[in-house]
Design a protein around this ligand. Structure first.
Ligand code: NDP
Ligand code: MG
Length: 330
């Protein structure tokens, strides 16, 4: 693990960092770096709320080309599925000699969608949390832990730049772990597909559907299967599974030990290994890239359908009544 004392912001003194995209990660990293005293130029297309946001935060957003031309470090913080095109048309032709190419997720580096010409190192600094936390933790004096990884053949100087960058966004306050681009990419995809997004969403929906189909009120099902998830996860976060089990009733703990394994069965674990293999072989990446070439038709229609699931409708209604939860509506 690397902490503040292992990183020297001076390595980035006199260098310009281009933040490409002022979205979730972009707005957080750009502001943290600037507050850490570093030189930042933001690239953000005009016309949308993120452009207005960058301006209201005191940046003067420029085009991608313009930002890249000035930069010694270029961090691509666009949605993963757009990075390859923007890289080809607007980044690669304008890179300054020796400029370091960065990202916050290894997808495009690992699967060969962004390949820099010789003389440019690849560097990954991946915050292990959403952008708004990267910003809010930094403002509080903390930081979201980060991963750092170097592309093949990258110089020791690039590693120092990576540690300085991680310090600039607050990452070394939380701790920085060194990894490889392959490990970051594969574990990140696995985590979001199997546990964090795919696994949890389907688990919640299945629990909700089971109760509603059995005739229980959707409001009850929503509270039991979705709302309370946060309370449980907060306990995991503070003290691991054992602290959750310590905090809940003995009845809940007994139900956990005796029933949980009937939900996540050997068959489920087998499927997890299959999904991991699809990630490692590049099959998932190919599916996602092709989906986008086809205008993301399936992605968009699934998103629309999911927003109409009864749990979504029930939740919208209930959350409007819970003034204290800072509810959001998509
Ligand atoms: P967002 O979707 O929040 O931000 C997207 C940015 O790209 C916005 O500035 C957006 O501008 C711009 N953009 C979108 N479409 C286009 C386009 N067609 N042309 C030009 N600009 C466009 O991205 P994230 O911050 O979520 O993700 C950025 C990177 O960070 C990804 O590699 C992701 O994997 C990684 N990451 C994200 C995390 C997260 O929690 N979100 C966590 C860790 C890593 P506009 O507003 O005009 O659309
Ligand atoms: Mg992740």
């Amino acid at each position: 693990m690397y902490y503040d004392g292992d990183a020297d912001l001076g390595v980035l003194a006199g260098k310009t960092i281009a933040i490409i995209g002022y979205g979730s990660q972009g707005h957080a990293q750009a502001q943290n770096l600037r507050d850490s005293g570093l030189e930042v130029v933001v690239a953000q297309r005009p016309g949308g709320p993120n452009h207005a946001l960058a301006v209201s935060h005191g940046f003067q957003p420029v085009s991608v080309e313009e930002a890249v031309k000035q930069a010694d470090v270029v961090n691509i913080l666009l949605p993963d599925e757009l990075q390859a095109d923007v890289y080809r048309t607007s980044i690669r032709p304008h890179l300054k000699p020796g400029a370091v190419l960065m990202a916050s997720h290894g997808f495009n580096f690992h699967f060969g969608q962004v390949e820099p010409p010789p003389g440019h190192d690849i560097l990954l600094v991946a915050p292990k949390g959403p952008g708004h936390l990267v910003r809010s933790e930094y403002v509080k004096g903390g930081g979201v832990p980060c991963l750092i990884a170097l592309g093949p053949g990258a110089s020791p100087e690039t590693k120092k730049i990576g540690l300085a960058y991680a310090k600039g966004i607050g990452g070394t306050r939380g701790g920085v772990i060194e990894t490889t681009i392959a490990e970051e990419t594969e574990t990140d995809l696995f985590g979001e597909q199997v546990v964090l997004c795919g696994g949890v969403s389907e688990l919640i929906k299945a629990g909700f559907d089971t109760l509603v189909e059995a005739g229980y009120q959707p409001e009850m099902a929503y509270f039991e299967c979705l709302h309370e998830m946060k309370l449980i996860v907060d306990l995991f976060y503070q003290g691991g599974l054992e602290y959750m089990r310590y905090s809940v009733s003995n009845t809940a703990e007994y139900g956990d030990y005796t029933r949980g394994k009937r939900i996540i069965t050997e068959e489920t674990r087998k499927e997890m290994r299959k999904i991991l293999e699809e990630i490692r072989s590049g099959q998932f990446a190919r599916d996602w890239i092709l989906e986008n070439r086809g205008g993301a038709a399936m992605f968009k229609s699934t998103r629309r359908r999911e927003r109409q699931h009864p749990i979504a409708e029930t939740g919208r209604r209930l959350r409007r009544m819970m003034k204290w939860i800072d509810s959001k509506e998509v």
